[in-house]
Design a protein around this ligand. Structure first.
Ligand SMILES: NC(=O)c1ccc[n+]([C@@H]2O[C@H](COP(=O)([O-])OP(=O)(O)OC[C@H]3O[C@@H](n4cnc5c(N)ncnc54)[C@H](O)[C@@H]3O)[C@@H](O)[C@H]2O)c1
Length: 358
């Protein structure tokens, strides 16, 4: 296939950190157009990339003939309209998480993309951590046995600084739930299976951040029952003071099953912790070399910081799925399945009740 041309809508933090270096790693790929509503941000991206087709209006960008695929990396409330415009123009779409503001919107995106015959992908970036992929493989092989418990804990120190669009509910939808817990809900459903019901609690302990109002939650916890009988406990906070943030802070997942226990932390990209049922206790389990990169990825795992570089495999997966004409992993369907749980968690936090998902 000839060169794949990409447009990127939203040229802020995650585009510079992840999407541009990821695309740069892929062969026969070109970024041909950029869009950002902030002219200064757009100009900085133009200068950094040398891409000359730039606009503050996504509608101009997504319908261009020299664009085959669109990456959406804007605030959450804009994802659905931009994705639907790109899909209507026949473009493949990789959209940041959470892909929409609610489940009907997310389902609508997945259905529109399937109807249009374009590839669709959700940027659940942590699925590309080598240890996470190896864990998925071992669980599929039966090493966990019958799943009993899923447990995740994401603890960061974001302090009380202002968070821009992230602290405005009508722009972000939710706070910590969409920012961080959405990834862990995806881990849970990927590793254990679909949830049956949830009960949740939210807390906003910083109604003002940097002198500006914050109407989103800093802390969220979800208790879940899975359809296969397993239980889930998920907690995520921006206010775990002193724990730092990003991959330097705690991102912990534990699974207990009839055959043993697995522990995964994002910070240990090539190691799991495993204990066999009835055995002497937990011990490190090295991730085999074949799992250090996504299948087919040209990335050299010895180059760069491995806690940053695994993220570039996400762009490779999108490109590879387009070229191979197969569904992306993870697709909008997984993105929507997470939003279904997020909607239920919101409803539960408001009503104080368990919410059924089946
Ligand atoms: N997958 C991950 O690990 C990960 C990590 C960080 C952020 N994200 C997601 O990426 C998205 C962007 O986050 P960020 O940290 O890059 O935010 P950011 O604020 O740094 O960048 C967003 C950019 O979008 C621009 N923008 C706003 N509305 C627009 C519109 N209608 N059209 C074009 N541009 C528009 C803004 O001017 C800004 O430059 C969010 O959905 C966030 O949840 C995902």
């Amino acid at each position: 296939m000839s060169t794949l041309n990409f447009a990127i809508v939203g040229t802020g933090g995650i585009t510079l950190q992840n999407h541009l270096p990821g695309l740069a790693m892929c062969g026969d790929v070109k970024v041909t157009a950029l869009c950002d509503t902030n002219p200064a941000t757009l100009e900085a991206a133009r200068q950094q990339t040398g891409v000359q087709t730039c606009s503050v209006n996504y509608e101009d960008i997504v319908k261009r003939d020299d664009v085959h695929a669109v990456i959406i990396a804007t605030p959450n409330f804009t994802h659905a309209p931009i994705a639907l415009a790109a899909i209507a123009a026949g473009k493949h779409v990789l959209c940041e998480k959470p892909i929409a503001m609610n489940y009907p919107e997310a389902r609508g995106m997945a259905e529109a993309a399937d109807r249009a015959g374009v590839r669709h992908m959700t940027a659940f970036t942590y699925r590309f951590v080598p240890a996470m992929r190896y864990l998925g493989h071992l669980i599929e092989r039966g090493d966990l046995g019958q799943p009993y418990h899923f447990r995740s804990c994401r603890l960061q120190d974001w302090g009380t600084r202002p968070l821009g669009w992230r602290m405005v509910k009508k722009l972000a939808g939710t706070g910590e739930l969409g920012d961080m817990l959405s990834h862990r809900i995806n881990f849970a459903q990927h590793l254990v299976g679909p949830m049956k019901r949830v009960v949740a609690n939210f807390k906003n302990l910083t109604p003002m951040r940097g002198g500006l109002p914050n109407d989103t939650e800093d802390w969220v916890a979800i208790l879940a029952d899975f359809q296969n009988g397993a239980t889930g406990v998920m907690e995520s906070s921006k206010l775990a003071s002193g724990r730092n943030e990003g991959w330097r802070s705690l991102d912990y997942v534990e699974l207990n099953g009839s055959e043993g226990t697995f522990e995964f932390t994002t910070g240990k990209w090539n190691e799991l912790i495993f204990g066999k049922v009835g055995g002497p206790g937990l011990a490190p389990l090295a991730v085999p070399r074949e799992f250090w990169t996504w299948p087919g990825s040209p990335r050299d795992p010895g180059v760069g910081d491995p806690l940053v570089a695994f993220r570039y495999d996400q762009a490779f997966e999108f490109v590879d799925a387009i070229r191979s004409q197969r569904p992306c992993v993870p697709s909008f369907v997984e993105g929507a399945d997470v939003i279904r749980v997020m909607d239920a968690a919101l409803e539960s936090a408001e009503s104080g009740k368990w919410i059924d998902l089946v």
